[in-house]
Design a protein around this ligand. Structure first.
Ligand SMILES: Cc1cc2nc3c(=O)[nH]c(=O)nc-3n(C[C@H](O)[C@H](O)[C@H](O)COP(=O)(O)OP(=O)(O)OC[C@H]3O[C@@H](n4cnc5c(N)ncnc54)[C@H](O)[C@@H]3O)c2cc1C
Length: 319
């Protein structure tokens, strides 16, 4: 069913058994698709969870000429990390044959993860592994062209990387970079970010990029119990503990989750991971964990000041 090894297959593309499907059914509706009908399209935001009851769903990568990624059969589900971040998906899903799907509204996903922990663990592991596998296939997501030594191109790459926005970077001095720039009419400024759907940004602000890439979330207008400044390991650990105790929590960061640790190729001294883990893995696991408990993440925002107020119920936020 996939081109990866059977072991990786079982982790990234698990088949849920009849008992698991029965647990999901009360939260789901059943929907039917004809052969070739689109279930969701790359760029769609806030996609629901689709589990195949019968038939199949093929996943295609539009950033790579619509290349086949995987076909999900009965018991398997579509989606990756965007299921939880609620950002636009990067692949397209098409029904193959007459297909019946269980559709769990995306807004109820946290309920699935929290109420059905066995299922939640299988799904969380799978969605992390899927993004890693997709990254290994090469071309995916946005195209970024800019000079390797340009500070702002580096910042754009760091921003996209930290926020799990898949992209491929081409140095504008490379043959491919020059070819892409020429095909886009040789813009005078860079970096150029091409979304693959006709949209392009030239030397955007991080906020503009966040908006176009579907990363940007407004700060919730209602007061929160806890606002955490900085989504490094410390901020995200605090968010996990607070949100898991029912404290309404928001995490604000000037770039995105991960902090300094996301630059580390191997962290050996993090408790609970005797064989170590990379900074990216730590950031991904931490952000999924805090989102699972309902903490909210807003980036990029720079907190400039905190204004204490006397009334204990009032909040102050400057971003
Ligand atoms: C390459 C590298 C390898 C490392 N390897 C290891 C290791 O193996 N083991 C180990 O123990 N440690 C390691 N470290 C150190 C470790 O990464 C840090 O100790 C850890 O990241 C500190 O976490 P933190 O959350 O306190 O702060 P940070 O990771 O610095 O995170 C702070 C966050 O706050 C945000 N922020 C700051 N100011 C504002 C503001 N005004 N508004 C909005 N957001 C703001 C920043 O953008 C950042 O994301 C490594 C560091 C690096 C760079």
């Amino acid at each position: 069913m996939t081109t990866v090894s059977p072991i990786t297959d079982a982790v990234a593309f698990p088949s849920l058994g009849a008992a698991d499907l029965a647990l999901l059914q009360p939260m789901a509706t059943v929907c039917s698709f004809q052969d070739g009908e689109t279930v969701f399209r790359a760029g769609d935001a806030e996609v629901d969870l689709f589990v195949v009851e019968s038939g199949a769903v093929e996943i295609l990568n539009p950033a790579d000429g619509g290349r086949h990624v995987v076909t999900h059969g009965p018991g398997q589900f579509a989606g990756d990390i965007d299921l939880l971040t609620r950002r636009p998906v990067i692949v397209t899903a098409v029904a193959r044959g007459k297909t019946r799907l269980l559709r769990v509204p995306g807004g109820r996903l946290r309920e699935v993860l929290n109420k059905l922990p066995h299922l939640g663990e299988t799904m969380l592991t799978a969605i992390q592994e899927r993004r890693r596998l997709l990254a290994e296939t090469g071309v995916f997501g946005l195209k970024v062209v800019g000079p390797g030594k340009c500070k702002y191109t580096t910042l754009v790459r760091e921003f996209l990387f930290k926020n799990f926005v898949p992209f491929t970077w081409y140095d504008s001095a490379s043959d491919k970079g020059k070819q892409l720039m020429a095909s886009w009419g040789s813009p005078r400024k860079s970096p150029v970010i091409d979304f693959g759907d006709g949209r392009q940004l030239i030397n955007p602000t991080l906020r503009e990029l966040a908006q176009s890439a579907g990363v940007w979330r407004q700060c919730p207008p209602e007061p929160v119990d806890l606002a955490i400044i900085g989504a490094g390991p410390a901020g995200m650990a605090a968010a996990v503990y607070a949100a898991s105790e029912g404290v309404s929590t928001i995490v604000l960061d000037r770039l995105g989750p991960g902090g300094q640790a996301s630059a580390s190729s191997r962290i050996e001294n993090f408790m609970g991971f005797p064989s170590g883990l990379s900074g990216t893995e730590l950031a991904t696991r931490s952000v999924l964990q805090m989102l699972k408990f309902g903490a909210k993440m807003v980036a990029p925002v720079v907190v400039e000041r905190i204004e204490p107020q006397n009334r204990p119920s009032s909040q102050s936020r400057t971003a």
